[in-house]
Design a protein around this ligand. Structure first.
Ligand SMILES: CC(C)(COP(=O)(O)OP(=O)(O)OC[C@H]1O[C@@H](n2cnc3c(N)ncnc32)[C@H](O)[C@@H]1OP(=O)(O)O)[C@@H](O)C(=O)NCCC(=O)NCCS
Length: 159
């Protein structure tokens, strides 16, 4: 059975292992950053048949906004709907908690790096719209242009 739940401290090792399973997407420093960010901000994991198969780290940016800092599904389980299930559940939780806009950053298409074609397709499928490209974002490697994506969970203006 698939269940999305809040990440607990005991999930850190499983999340780190999942981050390590996607070396085409995450540089070697990322698994430790995932653990640190999970501790600092919190997040959610997807259990499938009792084990953690995916995670997302969520940083709140005030009452009405949040950033998804990291998301990954265990490499051998990609394209089976697990990332979608986790993301849909978490966006629902955030919407219920008053969040209006959600940001994510990913590698921009101009980097011409094939593994991120699927990642951008995933974000687009879930309603994330690219609003900017920044090269180079602080903390990102030179030559890794960042695509800034946002999704609206509800309108922020009355019209
Ligand atoms: C991105 C990621 C979280 C998506 O999770 P997933 O479980 O593999 O994705 P899903 O099966 O839920 O896919 C949902 C939709 O995304 C799009 N998509 C996902 N993988 C795709 C691929 N390889 N090619 C094209 N579209 C793809 C499709 O629209 C898909 O819907 P469909 O299968 O009905 O066509 C996962 O692939 C992952 O961990 N990638 C490595 C880490 C990463 O890139 N993290 C994000 C950094 S910004």
């Amino acid at each position: 059975m698939r269940t999305t739940r809040r990440a607990a401290a005991r999930d850190a090792a499983a999340c780190k292992a999942i981050a390590e399973s996607v070396p085409d997407h995450f540089t070697p420093d990322v698994p430790d950053r995932v653990v640190a960010d999970l501790g600092a901000h919190g997040g959610y994991v997807l259990d499938d048949d009792g084990g953690v198969v995916a995670f997302v780290v969520v940083a709140r940016r005030g009452a009405s906004a949040a950033e998804l800092l990291w998301i990954a599904v265990r490499r051998d389980l990609h394209r089976r709907g697990l990332g979608s299930r986790l993301l849909t559940d978490v966006l629902g939780v955030l919407a219920d908690d008053g969040v209006a806009v959600v940001e994510a950053k990913t590698l921009d298409a101009s980097a011409n790096y094939a593994p991120y074609v699927a990642t951008r397709a995933f974000w687009a499928t879930h309603g994330f719209v690219q609003v900017d490209t920044i090269n180079a974002l602080p903390g990102w490697s030179p030559g890794s242009p960042a695509a800034i994506l946002v999704a609206a969970l509800r309108p922020t203006v009355a019209r």
